[in-house]
Design a protein around this ligand. Sequence first.
Ligand code: FEO
Ligand code: CA
Ligand code: CA
Ligand code: CA
Length: 653
Amino acid sequence: MKTLRQQHDDFHEALEAQGDVSVNPSGNPSLNDVICLRRRGVLKGTLGLAATGFMGGTLAACSSDTGKTAPGFKGVPIQTATDFDTVRVPPGYTARPFFSWGDAVLAQAPAWRTDAGNDWREQLMQAGQNNDGMHFFPFPDNPNRHGLLVVNHEYVNPTLHRDGFEDVDAKRPLAQVRKEQAAHGVSVIEIEKDEAGQWQRVMPSRWNRRISGLTEMEIRGPLAGHGLMKTVADPDGKTVIGTLNNCSMGVTPWGTYLACEENWHDYFVNRDSEDQRVSHRRYGIGEGERADKYAWNTAEPRFDATFDETQAFGGYLQEPHRYGWVVEIDPFDPESTPIKRTAFGRFCRECCTASLGEDGRLAFYSGDDSRGEYLYKFVPEGRHIEGDREHNRHLLDTGTLYVARFDGDGSGVWLPLVHGENGLTEANGFADQGEVLVNARAAADRLGATTMDRPEWVAVDPNSREVYATLTNNHKRGHAHPINAANPRHDNHHGQIIRWREQNADPTATRFTWDLFLLAGEAQGSRDENGQPFPDHLTGTIDGDLFSSPDGLAFDASGRLWIETDYDDRDPLMKNMGCNQLLCADPQSRQVRRFLVGPRGCEITGITFTPDQRTLWVNIQHPKISYPASDGTTRPRSTTVVISRDDGGVVGT
Ligand code: FEO
Ligand code: CA
Ligand code: CA
Ligand code: CA
């Protein structure tokens, strides 16, 4: 039998490989690609620099020149030791484990057991695994010392159980499946600074709450009660059990949290190989290697989406339609039912980042993190009215979903996914707007959207309203999906950060200009261990500290750009990157400096600040060794880390 460590490593290797499963059959070779390919020919040799410089002047000229966004700390060196098992931050800073898998959320939760012996009911009161997106919601009367920290629990590792996952190839024990469901979702925890200025969790608290894969939620928006949402257990199509695979997130201007459902297809199976329905196949739901990796269907029929003619609505045929949405959670109302907002469209949604215009019109940006998928934005029909919560809470049910096309000349277009327009018609398989939203990927294929190198987080510059997105990597670019100007490297192992500026800085505009902020990877002109220059496709344009595979991305209130990485630190190609990192970049000068290095095997994800920027929280997800177990030997735990400057100053300056 494999050791737990081996199971953990194999599981993460499989996750990495699975991020590579492309289900986008559309190469979308359009006039744009032809232009882009031509450009690539022209740019050969100095590809990265030229691509980054392209349109850069225009964008830089538009940016506000606050001149205050340069990183001011001493950079942290890369860590290459295979047993590196801590978090390193710059001199003068302290990082401290704050909230780990198994920590009590509800006051009656039992202590976490180092042998993972807590059962599923106990897990429901404790922090879930794999902390990812998160946000600090301050209390208005004491915003820098008191608030609610909301943290996603994206998925589960074999470490959840004492001896790992049992019977993944046979019938899973229901008790294990329940614990896995309970360890997903979101934690809301009240936190407060004590007299000594240390952040503490408040217990008990009327706000502390676990939302999980077992929490009942309401379906709202165009798909509420739609025929595509009905199952044998929910003939009304309005109620769903649980949210799954919540990765990055979003925050509304009215103070609610938007959990996003990313790799939800991992939980479903469709055993009928003849069934080629787009709403399953285009999302990677099938059998064989596309089957659910947790085999929940063997313990709970709801996760078997094979058509069952003996049951109403085909049994659970449509259950997968009920995932892939935005889940709005009001952290300040612990009694509120989470709401799945369907106007946002259905895909593997990494994030949902808001941009608010001066007149109250707003947009939400989302990446669909799979190889060759798209960047989307949702524009609510109504406007945000400051202070009018009753009005604002209905804004997310009506609006227009767009998908991005990045043209080779540095311009771009938001293409509307609207039924009846541009071929999104019944004749082409889109009977109504519900069908367009459930099959957003297929609708975007038809519109000729630009296939991207796995879009992860999106961040909006508070000074310029420019929008930045991480395209984490796509080592098969140039194969299934042709190279284009926005995704300019074949076999793209290191990823890039793209940015765009909406016309007139209006979040709702349908046209924009764009450039590549940077290409991650090896330094220009550097050589590998054999003294050979790195090939173009592995060479980046970073001015400063090296990294690969940007994933988490956020601006602080001053406008510094924070970049979190997620690469396989065992991959020989990552030799010069070391363990995963958090970096800080100046959007003006593009200088990049490494702020934090995490323990071996982890990814760095989730990022949030207090309003005064004197406290920073980040997540250490799936560390490999023992971090942060106090005895140094028990199983590793994903952990939220709190970071501050020893002199109490603003983080990053
Ligand atoms: Fe869950 Fe795309 O990261
Ligand atoms: Ca991510
Ligand atoms: Ca990632
Ligand atoms: Ca991850």
